[in-house]
Design a protein around this ligand. Structure first.
Ligand code: COA
Length: 257
């Protein structure tokens, strides 16, 4: 598939999706949202792909937000549609993928950029990264899930302050508040993501998909996460991965999923 705003590569069972509009600090325009949807869908259905890494091109930005030039003249209806479509096509879509997605945050992750990183299953960051949700400085609020996921990740009080002040936090501060899992140098960012991906890949893809569903269930309205866990746990017993995993343990060898 050909793309204009993103780059996609596949190596050692890892698909790397790179947002590639460096002259606009990788801001998310409509075309990029559409391309991200297609690329994630394609990677998730490719049985060779075990982990997806999402990053931005260049050393300055992961993504500096939704493309402000595209929505500056929107009315109420268009604003709501922008948020709804983006959430469905990319943000909720990524969160609910069965393939693990790691965000490698390589610079500014602002507004829609931080929301994109937060939709991924977890995040690592380069030490120059800066994160925030500055939407209130533009007279809007985060519309791609930011008000929900920031509170989930760093707690309500910290999220309120970051959103209300339209401030930015450093990678170190983001790590201390649970927003990112690891901070490393820019050069080590992708190697670190790949190293974590290779650890994930040793494990059962079916069980990982079930774990993603069960963990996500905790954050869905009207869904009982414990019940989802029971169902997903039970379903695992019907998979070849379960037979292979338990047999390998009993035979004192590494499982081959
Ligand atoms: N939407 C559209 N274009 C954007 C953008 C965005 N969210 N963020 C950056 N750009 C563009 C700039 O307009 C500029 O384009 P130009 O060279 O054609 O004028 C280019 O990217 C480089 O950005 P610039 O502002 O010159 O870089 P900087 O180093 O001075 O500042 C930021 C970097 C990230 C602090 C600044 O770009 C910024 O505040 N961006 C908007 C962040 C934001 O509010 N995001 C939330 C959107 S909902």
């Amino acid at each position: 598939m050909s793309y204009h705003n993103i780059l996609v590569s596949k190596e050692h069972n890892i698909a790397t999706i790179t947002i590639n509009r460096p002259s606009k600090l990788n801001a998310l325009n409509r075309a990029t949202i559409d391309e991200l949807h297609r690329a994630f869908e394609e990677a998730n259905t490719d049985s060779d792909v075990k982990v997806i890494i999402l990053t931005g091109s260049g050393e300055k930005a992961f993504v500096a937000g939704a493309d402000i030039s595209e929505f500056a003249d929107f009315d109420v209806k268009e604003g709501a549609k922008l948020a709804k479509m983006g959430q469905e096509l990319v943000f909720d879509f990524i969160e609910n993928l069965s393939t693990p997605v790691i965000a490698a945050v390589n610079g500014f992750a602002l507004g829609g950029g931080l929301e994109l990183a937060m939709a991924c299953h977890f995040r690592i960051a380069s030490d120059n990264a800066k994160m925030g949700l500055p939407e209130v400085s533009l007279g809007v609020i985060p519309g791609y899930g930011g008000t929900q996921r920031l509170s989930q990740l760093m707690g309500k009080g910290r999220a309120m302050e970051l959103i209300m002040t339209a401030g930015m936090i450093s990678a170190e501060q983001a790590a201390l508040s649970g927003l990112v899992n690891h901070v490393t140098s820019m050069e080590d960012l992708l190697p670190m993501a790949q190293k974590i991906a290779s650890k994930i890949m040793r494990n059962s893809p079916n069980a990982i998909a079930a774990a993603i569903k069960a963990v996500n269930a905790n954050f869905k309205d009207g869904v009982n996460g414990y019940e989802v866990e029971v169902t997903e746990f039970g379903n695992c017993f019907g998979t070849d991965d379960f037979i292979e995993g338990t047999t390998a343990f009993l035979e004192k060898r590494k499982a081959n999923f």
